[in-house]
Ligand binder design. Sequence first.
Ligand SMILES: *Cc1c(COP(=O)(O)O)cnc(C)c1O
Length: 427
Amino acid sequence: MNLVNLKDASDKVNFAEAVKKGLGKNQGLYFPEEIIPFENIDEVLALPFVERSIRILKQLIGDELPEELLSKIVTTAFQFGAPLVSVTENIYSLELFHGPTLAFKDFGGRFMAQVLANISKGEPITILTATSGDTGAAVAHAFHGINNIQVVILYPKGKISPLQAKLFTTLGGNIHTVAIEGDFDGCQQLVKAAFDDPEVRDGLHLNSANSINISRLLAQVCYYFEAVAQLPKKQQDKAVFSIPSGNFGNLTAGMIGKSLGLPIKRFIAATNLNDTVPRYLKTGEWTPKSTIATISNAMDVSQPNNWPRIEALIEQGYIDKDSLIGEAVDEEYTQVAMRQLASLGYVSEPHAAIGYRSLSRSLAGDEVGVFLGTAHPAKFRETVENVLGQPISLPQPLADCVGKPDFSVDIENSYEALKSHMFSILK
Ligand SMILES: *Cc1c(COP(=O)(O)O)cnc(C)c1O
């Protein structure tokens, strides 16, 4: 598989290099040189999840990873399913929270960890990543205990739910967590600065496990196929996907799925008040505002870093721009949607509720809607309990880490502070 830097077409790499580097020159994103659609999509849809996922990843990655290795990687990474649950007659939730950290990021995180562990052949690597919540947990769990890989996770102090934080700050070992005085965009700026600093980038063999890493996106393509495969046959070509979005990795993955021939009718980019993309789709003007803290905090992103890939998918003719609309949902309607879902017998959390709300507003009579259930409601227990007025019990992975000590270190929002911290712990 060849990937081209979207900021510099002369920077072309193979899959392994793209996974190791994360970002290309000038902080450009890597994008597949070509996406070849399946000839027979029904045959692919008929396969069981893991087998189908191996086929999808082989179609994308090509012969670069031997089939046996790819098969081992996928089998190790995807040890949990993605059930499609019916919420109303024509609306489904694709539940992506049955992995160890209860959010969709387990799919990409675990696939990436297995790929890196297998292609790095023991050479030292430092993963540096910023998280607005769920990435940190997924990456931490996915890499925990992999010998040659150290992980540094930055997160905005006090801006993610305490339960969510517990999932990644309590692991220790090769997992180092840093609370930054600032918001998620600030954390992302620090990560970018580190990648621009050769002393850190080369000295510590930096890699970012953010959703900018192509391996995470490719893994996520697999569950869009799984969703369509679970739909009743006569609904399979009518699906509208509503994607609760922050950095827009999930939407990018869905669009890569459609480019492979998956019959997705159209997409809804659903955001909270951080609505840079919905405003852009309506007005054509890219005018990010400062980030607003919301109850769907994993989507509190005003400068989504995967957006250039979506533009590329449209510009290169894989995706028709009319098959994407944007919807922004404010705090009040996020809660209204959570209550509506509960009255339908489906307890959900703010991110998925935004997907549901955006879908129910725009779904036509002859369409079937799928919103992504991006996280387990217990991960946002305080909010869910407040909004629904009913107790939420903790699933095992969360219950297990509640009483464990927190290994995080606080640092100010400054690159120099981060740099000296990293050298002090990673020497
Ligand atoms: C990460 C995350 C999102 C946003 O996904 P992107 O791929 O960054 O757009 C939405 N919901 C939850 C629960 C998340 O963890």
